[in-house]
Design a protein around this ligand. Structure first.
Ligand SMILES: [Mn+2]
Length: 399
């Protein structure tokens, strides 16, 4: 690779941070059951320690997304949580309210026909905004399980109106500097009409909510064969792309490690971002986050794999020669244009990545270093003993 290309890859890596999810370090499972890991995090301290281990090894994961209901005890001082994060070498990132777990949400949260439930959901969002302000988080990240399972069950338009009003109220309460991210998902848990099923409806709702509402693209939340990079290009052009949840899938929302099934797709998404940045002369402000659950792989290893894959594909996509590509496009040389992308995708980015890690005094191979460190073994021994002492019984059954 030429020095010019290596420089371009290094520059791209310098501005690419990835947020890890606190829930990715705990025991999570499929809809049918859980398989437990001794080293899985028990509490927020464990989760932040694991996130700290990932950041120490990779140098590009300084923030951790949290779930308010899973990570904060009622009445807990959020500033203490921020301090705890700092002790582990990380900061609190996106605040995720939980609007799907309580029994009151059986018929939805923001879309619920009962105004009392909608008020309760909003109050939880206001509390989440206050937590975000206390810990210095820039993002309130909203995902809704709201929807209906059967045709005729409820008025689709009434639910839309309720969402418009609640999202606007939520937006009006944002602290200065906070951005509200609206995530979409076509189905599950609702199987007939999810209230925010795709990017277009998320974008429309975000526009109506206010200028600081943007769309969050979870790569797993699309129908098969949907062109995600086209969605990304449209959202970028409309200044409506707020962030990503990285994961990969083969069938639906499989939560597999990024690039494990289709690395070229993630590359094509990154290419659209680099291409936009090249045209505008600045990189767009995007929150890059991981949203994955690992039922079989050790949690930290799977996270390290994802981070390395994301860095690799992001840096490769930065190698595309945009001027050359524009020229090929102008003369309708389809083959040359496609090859410009392929050349970057198949480039050996290893030396550039190594140089970047060396410059930051990071291990050359974060995953190998993690395996050598004995962290997993020590965490497993400590957490096994603590589970026993705390009398935590783990049931894996679904029903
Ligand atoms: Mn997600």
């Amino acid at each position: 690779m030429s020095p010019k290309l290596i420089h371009r890859a290094l520059e791209a890596l310098d501005r690419f941070d990835i947020e890890t999810p606190s829930w990715g370090f705990a025991d999570t499972g499929t809809r049918f059951g859980k398989f437990f890991q001794d080293a899985a995090a028990i509490d927020l301290n464990d989760k932040l320690a694991d996130a700290g281990q990932v950041h120490r090894l990779t140098g590009c994961c300084p923030t951790v997304a949290v779930h308010v209901l899973w990570d904060f005890q009622p009445g807990q001082d959020p500033k203490a949580v921020a301090r705890l994060a700092r002790r582990h070498g990380v900061r609190i990132g996106a605040i995720n309210p939980n609007l799907f777990q309580d029994q009151c949400y059986k018929w939805g949260s923001f879309g619920n026909s009962d105004p009392a439930v909608r008020r309760r959901a909003l109050r939880h969002c206001y509390d989440s905004i206050a937590i975000g302000r206390a810990v210095g988080s820039a993002y309130l990240s909203l995902w809704f399980a709201d929807g209906t399972n059967y045709p005729g069950q409820e008025s689709i338009r009434d639910r839309k109106h309720r969402f418009e009003a609640s999202l606007r109220s939520c937006h009006d309460r944002l602290a200065p500097g906070q951005t509200m991210l609206i995530e979409y998902k076509p189905f599950e848990p609702a199987f007939y009409a999810t209230d925010i099923p795709d990017w277009g409806m998320a974008c429309l709702l975000a526009r109506k909510a206010g200028p600081r509402a943007k769309v969050l693209v979870d790569t797993g939340h699309h129908y098969l064969s949907q062109n995600i990079e086209q969605i990304v290009a449209f959202l970028l052009d409309e200044n409506m792309l707020g962030g990503f949840h990285f994961n990969d899938r083969r069938y639906a929302d499989d939560d597999l490690t990024l690039g494990s099934i289709d690395p070229y797709q993630a590359f094509r998404i990154f290419h659209e971002i680099h291409s936009f940045a090249a045209d505008r002369g600045r990189a767009p402000e995007i929150a890059y986050m991981i949203d994955q659950c690992h039922n079989e792989k050790p949690k930290i290893e799977a996270t390290l794999q994802t981070v390395a894959m994301a860095q690799e594909l992001y840096a490769k996509a930065a190698l595309v020669d945009h001027e050359k590509l524009r020229r090929a496009q102008a003369r309708h040389d389809v083959v040359a244009a496609e090859l410009e992308l392929k050349k970057a995708f198949f480039a050996d980015i290893g030396p550039a990545l190594l140089a970047w890690r060396r410059r930051r005094k990071l291990p050359a191979d974060p995953l190998a270093e993690h395996r050598r460190s004995g962290y997993e073994r020590a965490a497993a021994a400590d957490r096994r003993a603590r589970r026993q002492a705390l009398g935590i019984a783990r049931g894996g059954s679904f029903a």
